[in-house]
Ligand binder design. Structure first.
Ligand code: IVH
Length: 675
């Protein structure tokens, strides 16, 4: 016993020691930016503490670094009302506008000396962090400025956010404000991962940061490596601060990362020179900035200047100008996207320098944009690039035309495969109609084939599909079933284990049945909705191949255009694909459930209203169909039964008016004989 207590005291001491070490190294890494140990050594410390706390949960403290990654996801964020509003800032786009700001400030303050603090404007998401007696108790988004979301659990995962203020006597209440952001490098890496999962890439680090902070499951946020720069103090109690520089110093002492590029100046000339010195340098920073923020340092002066209901009068944001250049469009090239969309791309002569890069081409987005902006081949154009954002053609200089400029006509054939390219009514650009066979669309087709609702091949997302196409390993989706392990191991980031997992996933997909297979083949007009209707009539590939165009057109919901597309695919380029799939052992039939023509609900129309205890809406509809009935959504004279659950809607009133039989959930179950 005595022994046990002794060792428990030791363990508790070790836990405290580990917490101190982890905090210290976290601080060196995220605040001071000068780590002393490797990531691996850091992970070992964390692992030791995790194991210790797992074995002795009584040792866990709320500010333990293990508590950064929370437990269960939550269902929604609570609303937080900010004690002091989180204002936005007025903007200045030029040195002139900065001088105007200076004039306004000096006019309001009389002849007093003024010190301006100048900081980088970090392009991320504004947050508020509240510490009660030194412990982080609430973290919130800016939201409307008056009220935001309680994202405490997500903010705890941000490594630079102190869980406890680094001070022996913390103020009773302390609010730090700052910007959560993602480094350019982390953004690039994470966006690759997003793309590899087949999800849409994020446009910029700010959007990905915002998306990460909005996760209901903080374990996802924890994987995003978000960072923080604290830039001001909000509502505080129990401590007096006189100026912004003091506030920044306090934040630093309390353990917050504060941006190192902060300077203070007594004249606007110096402020302007400092701002302009960042015009090019900012591209070398490891994170994105969209300008600088200039703040009056003295809090008493800030108070006298006050604020409008939107912005303080003591601060202004200097925004970097978007860079632009003039050049000529030598040619408009047409790219074919993954989904067959024809995208116009302008090639410039000469190439131009923008934001530190040479730009020789830029997308013109789509045919509609070319028409709207009246852009012609040979036109002089203004090309714009703002920060990291992709360059685009802002406008054509119509007055500079010489008469040799040519209106651009989109090709009527796909530049890659030669199939007709058609611009549907109202579509922004034409599309290649050979969805199932155009090589440019192969990558998109593989991704769509592997989707969960279709062949459900885990592991095939955008990235892998791209690799399979560019390596030449896959030329049609059927080739997936002929892949060999050795070939896969040759691909980037593909080890023995992941190759085997992929092959297993491909193997498992052979049994999905004809409807999902057809939906996966990217045949124009045949998706998840239509494929089941098609196999209801033709439950095997042989039956389908034997069908005439007329028979296909007679399938419910089909019509001649879809029929034509299916027929052409099956008897044209699809023939070989189907043959290869078949030879690989992919299931080519569908176990169609026979139509129920007897049973208590045979031929009956049933409407469900309200919430049921035992069934979701989809489940009850399936049950009705299994018993020969038809579930519809609105009550009419043709309705046979209305099943009413909790909180029924107006459908129940209507049923009563029309004298239709109303069943409780119990009565319904008795009717179909499950009770
Ligand atoms: S101060 C009243 N300082 O810019 C001034 N804001 O429009 C409150 N931001 O949403 C903000 N870096 O998220 C301040 N060093 C910085 C900043 C900064 C980025 C963001 C902030 C706010 C927006 C202001």
């Amino acid at each position: 016993m005595a022994n046990g207590e002794q060792s428990h005291a030791d363990l508790s001491q070790r836990a405290a020691e580990l917490r101190r070490l982890i905090d210290h190294h976290n601080y060196l890494y995220y605040v001071e930016d000068r780590p002393e140990i490797s990531d691996k050594e850091f992970d070992l410390l964390l692992k030791e503490l995790e194991e210790l706390e797992a074995a002795h949960p009584e040792l866990i403290t709320p500010d333990s670094p293990t508590q950064r990654v929370g437990g269960q996801p939550i269902s929604a964020f609570k609303t937080v009302h900010h004690r002091l509003p989180m204002l936005s800032i007025g903007k200045a786009f030029s040195a002139l506008e900065l001088r105007e700001f200076d004039t306004r400030v000096r006019k309001a303050l009389g002849k007093q000396p003024i010190t301006y603090v100048v900081e980088l404007k970090i392009d991320g998401v504004a947050v508020s962090l509240i510490y009660t007696d030194g412990l982080l108790t609430l973290g919130a988004t800016r939201g409307s400025g008056k009220a935001g979301d309680d994202i405490t659990e997500n903010l705890k995962t941000v490594r630079g956010v102190p869980l406890r203020l680094r001070t022996a006597n913390p103020p009773a209440h302390f609010e730090a404000r700052g910007e959560v952001y993602m480094s350019k490098a982390d953004f690039a890496r994470l966006n690759e991962e997003v793309a590899a999962r087949g999800e849409q890439r994020y446009a910029n680090p700010r959007n990905l940061t915002a998306g990460s902070l909005k996760q209901l499951d903080s374990r996802i946020t924890a994987k995003r490596r978000l960072r923080l720069f604290a830039y001001s103090v909000g509502y505080v109690e129990g401590i007096a601060i006189q100026s912004h520089l003091e506030a920044l110093e306090l934040l630093r002492q309390y353990g917050f990362p504060v941006n190192p590029e902060i300077r203070s100046f007594d004249t606007m000339d110096e402020v302007i020179a400092y701002c302009e010195s960042w015009a090019e340098k900012r591209f070398d920073l490891p994170y994105e900035t969209d300008g600088l923020v200039i703040k009056v340092n003295d809090f008493e002066q800030q108070r006298r200047l006050g604020a409008t209901n939107k912005e303080p009068r003591w601060a202004v944001a200097y925004k970097f100008e978007a860079e632009q250049a003039i050049t000529k469009i030598r040619e408009i090239q047409v790219d074919v996207g993954k989904d067959g969309t024809l995208t116009p791309v302008a090639l410039f002569d000469p190439p131009v320098q923008l934001c530190g890069t040479t730009v020789s081409r830029a997308t013109l987005h789509n045919a509609a944009q070319i028409e709207l902006k009246d852009i012609r081949v040979g036109d002089s154009v203004i090309v714009v690039k703002r920060g990291e954002i992709i360059p685009y053609v802002e406008k054509a200089l119509h007055d500079a035309r010489e008469g040799k400029e040519k209106v651009f006509h989109f090709p009527t054939k796909c530049p890659v495969c030669g199939a007709p390219a058609v611009r549907e009514n109202g579509a922004p650009s034409p599309r290649c109609t050979a969805t199932a066979t155009c090589p440019a669309q192969l990558q998109g087709r593989i991704e769509s084939f592997a989707k969960r609702e279709r062949m459900d091949i885990e592991g095939i997302g955008e990235k892998l599909a791209e690799q399979l196409v560019t390596s030449g390993l896959v030329k049609t989706v059927a080739d997936l079933y002929y892949l060999k392990k050795e070939q896969l191991i040759g691909l980037e980031r593909m080890g023995e284990l992941s190759a085997q997992n992929l092959l297993d996933a491909i193997e498992a997909s052979k049994n999905r049945g004809l409807a999902r297979l057809l939906a996966g083949l990217s045949i124009y007009g045949v998706g998840e909705g239509m494929a089941p209707l098609l196999v209801q009539e033709f439950p095997s590939i042989d039956a389908l191949m034997a069908a005439s165009k007329e028979q296909l057109a007679a399938v419910k919901g089909f019509g001649p255009r879809r029929a034509e597309s299916v027929y052409n695919f099956l008897h044209g380029p699809g023939q070989k694909i189907i043959h290869d799939l078949c030879a690989a052992g992919v299931k080519m039939t569908e176990d169609v459930k026979p139509k129920v023509t007897s049973g208590p609900l045979a031929g009956k129309t049933v409407v469900v209203t309200g919430t049921l205890q035992n069934y979701s809406r989809k489940q009850i509809e399936d049950v009705i169909a299994q018993h020969g009935g038809k579930a519809t959504s609105s009550v009419s004279k043709k309705t046979d039964y209305v099943v009413a659950g909790d909180d029924p809607g107006s459908k129940l009133d209507k049923a009563r008016q029309l004298g239709i039989k109303v069943l409780t959930e119990d009565e319904f179950e008795k009717l179909i004989g499950v009770r």
